[in-house]
Design a protein around this ligand. Structure first.
Ligand code: GLP
Length: 260
């Protein structure tokens, strides 16, 4: 696991975009796993800017969503599918047909989950972008999720719904349920990039990276994966005590040997 603490959110977005760019331009064809949430807005906007400048193309990229709310209307701008449309399909050459997600409107959600799991595994995620919840969740795997879990319907806990309410207009509350890739699904990605910014993430980060491996902190499962990069701003890194953080600016500035 490589942990990079960059000066601020903007640097985190640049470094994340560098890693995505490197992945998209690499020879091995594999799908990009995309997380949503506030943390991902700036990095994905930076990826889109690079596409608009002609520095990057997503024309050959297949994208898989990590999770999706159950209970929103198909045209709700807060759905993760519509969020990815706004952030990546609209402003880039990513084809709308190349964005895959679970269908939360299916009449048979458990069959839909099994089918999405099969599609994710068949595609093979080359790089999985991840954020982290303040309770240590990854995707919508709440505390208590099995490290071997696969794609399924989950109930969201109060802390997650309160945190995510900021992405919904006015007093609208987030749905109570979602479809999420499992922790076991996520761990099958070839490479994982976890991004976290801001002091509210510090406790979850410290538990995930330095606390016990436990279902109570779903993100601690990432320590079982051989190729995880963590990008943090200083407030998110504030409670880490082990001296294995690496100061850096961006991958581009660090040169070709940045990733082992
Ligand atoms: C949501 C998403 C996660 C995301 C997390 C952090 O619940 N399901 O994939 O990583 O919350 O969100 P944010 O970046 O808004 O803090």
């Amino acid at each position: 696991m490589a942990i990079f603490v960059v000066p601020d959110r903007t640097a985190a977005a640049l470094l994340t975009a560098d890693i995505v760019e490197r992945f998209v331009n690499s020879a091995a064809p594999a799908a990009l796993g995309v997380a949503t949430g506030e943390t991902m807005e700036e990095p994905l906007a930076e990826v889109a800017r690079r596409c608009q400048r002609g520095a990057l193309s997503l024309a050959r990229t297949e994208v898989f969503l990590l999770d999706e709310y159950v209970g929103l209307e198909p045209d709700d701008p807060c759905s993760f599918a519509n969020t990815v449309d706004r952030l990546l399909v609209g402003p880039t050459d990513l084809s709308p047909g190349a964005v895959h997600g679970p269908n939360p409107h299916s009449q048979d959600l458990s069959a839909e989950c099994a089918d999405y799991e099969r599609r994710v595994l068949a595609a093979g995620i080359g790089l999985q972008l991840l954020g982290i919840g303040t309770n240590g969740h990854i995707a919508f795997n709440e505390p208590g999720s099995s490290f071997a879990s696969s794609t399924r319907v989950v109930q969201l806990n109060e802390q997650t719904r309160n945190d995510n309410a900021r992405s919904f207009p006015g007093a609208t509350q987030p749905p109570t349920a979602a479809i999420t890739q499992g922790i076991g699904t996520i761990l099958l990605a070839r490479q994982i990039l976890l991004v976290a910014c801001g002091r509210p993430k510090a406790r979850a980060l410290a538990s995930a990276l330095e606390g016990p491996l436990t279902q109570s902190t779903p993100a601690s499962a990432l320590r079982l994966h051989p190729d995880v990069t963590v990008v943090l701003d200083p407030p998110a890194a504030a409670l880490l005590v082990n001296d294995r953080r690496q100061p850096c600016r961006t991958a581009r500035e660090e040169g070709e040997d940045f990733y082992q």
